[in-house]
Design a protein around this ligand. Structure first.
Ligand SMILES: [Zn+2]
Length: 407
């Protein structure tokens, strides 16, 4: 669709630091406003669109329209009465914009460092809300090589080199030795950091590399046969450093060791914990077997008649419950109906020894509803959860009936 409007004048190319400006409204559509000139950068080149205000209307995003027209997307929840022909005072969200200027300039510096140090080409870049990613062709770099890339990029930042932008004709591009071939034609905008990087780019950048501040690798990911590196850049690198330092300091205090020994100490504690868990599991098994033996001895033993153990085992875990049920199932003509609780959750187990049987269908249809029980198993042991532990006595009587015993 051809646009009825003149191209919007992109003030951000004359001055990337202009944040407040006046403009004339050319058109107002349901979801966007068109101005004659703007400082709002429209999404492109991996850099998101600007936010801010046009008059008193919140702008939530900026996009490119047709034929150089820039669309300022309005907040759909905010009614407004801005009309074509009006002159409006506008402001961009500077914190948002400067953050992405740092991301974008930092990405140029990083792409140049990857090329210089590791001979790797950037194939795609993305400036996200948390970090900036650079996807490169080729194999994953060693930790040492990545440190070298990061150091080189931070050296370029410390040199505080100018970031220059200028336009050339398409025909001149071949003589410029660009980092990568341009994707556009006609007049081409070149962004250059002396002795570092020269590339076609339509984004907005800081005036000098020093304003990027700091950059730090945060993650490595393999994707589509390439490698993608995620970076904290600028203010985000400082914020991340503060966060990481505070967390490490807190851990160091908690563990009473210097920061450099935190990892080793956690590994030691982890090994100790696993040992302790193994020991506890063994001891609890012994306790459960003793408990089962005691319960079996206490069960009434009339000559030749089946015995029953109906017992609430209290606060124990499901492994303990199962062990007691298993030990009791080793007793001939024994029926065990057991309950236990853990973390406020009630569990049950039913088991029987040789000479008895429990029909699973009957168990499900006759006993389960009594205590709102769920679960399953196979002879001679069933286990599950119950929602009405207060009905355990009635549940146990129903199980006895299932096993053909008088409750
Ligand atoms: Zn750029």
């Amino acid at each position: 669709m051809s646009s009825p409007h003149h191209a919007t004048i992109p003030v951000y190319y004359e001055d990337a630091y202009a944040r407040d400006f006046e403009a004339t409204v050319l058109d107002v559509e349901s979801d966007h406003i068109i101005l004659d000139r703007t400082c709002f950068y429209p999404e492109g080149g991996g850099q998101p669109g600007d936010r801010g205000t046009v008059g008193d209307v919140r702008i939530i995003d900026t996009r490119k329209g047709d034929a150089g027209v820039i669309l300022h997307r309005v907040d759909p929840d905010q009614p407004h009465d801005i009309q074509a022909g009006q002159t409006v005072s506008c402001s961009i969200d500077w914190d948002w914009r400067f953050d992405f200027m740092q991301q974008h300039t930092g990405q140029h510096v990083l792409s140049a460092s990857f090329l210089r140090i590791a001979d790797m080409q950037s194939v795609s870049v993305h400036q996200g809300l948390e970090y900036t990613t650079i996807e490169l062709d080729g194999e994953e770099l060693s930790a040492d090589a990545l440190v070298a890339v990061e150091n080189e990029a931070n050296r370029v930042i410390n040199e505080n080199l100018p970031v220059q932008a200028y336009e050339v004709d398409e025909a001149e591009v071949g003589r410029l030795d660009l980092r990568r071939a341009p994707k556009v034609s006609g007049r081409i905008r070149i962004v250059e950091i002396p002795e570092t990087d020269r590339v076609a780019c339509g984004g907005v950048h800081t005036r000098r590399t020093g304003e990027v501040g700091l950059l730090r690798l945060c993650a490595v990911e393999r994707i589509r046969g390439n490698v993608r590196y995620a970076w904290f850049i600028g203010r985000r690198a400082h914020e991340h450093h503060r966060f990481a330092h505070n967390e490490l300091s807190a851990l160091s205090t908690l563990l009473s060791v210097p920061a450099a020994e935190v990892r080793l100490r956690v590994q030691e504690l982890d090994a100790k914990l696993k040992d302790a868990e193994r020991q506890i599991a063994g001891l609890l098994g012994d306790v459960a077997r003793s408990r089962a033996d005691a319960l079996a001895r206490a069960a009434e033993d009339t000559e030749g008649a089946p015995r029953t153990v109906i017992e609430d085992l209290g606060e124990v875990d499901s492994a303990y419950l199962r062990t007691v049920a298993e030990v009791l199932a080793a007793q001939p003509r024994m029926l065990a109906v057991l309950m236990a609780r853990q973390s406020g959750r009630a569990m049950w187990a039913v088991s029987h020894g040789e000479g008895l049987s429990v029909d699973p269908q009957t168990l499900r249809s006759q006993a389960f509803p009594v205590a709102a029980a769920k679960g399953g198993g196979k002879p001679p042991l069933w286990q599950g959860a119950m929602e009405r532990p207060e009905a355990f006595g009635d549940f146990a009587r129903a199980v006895c009936v299932c096993a053909g015993l008088s409750p």
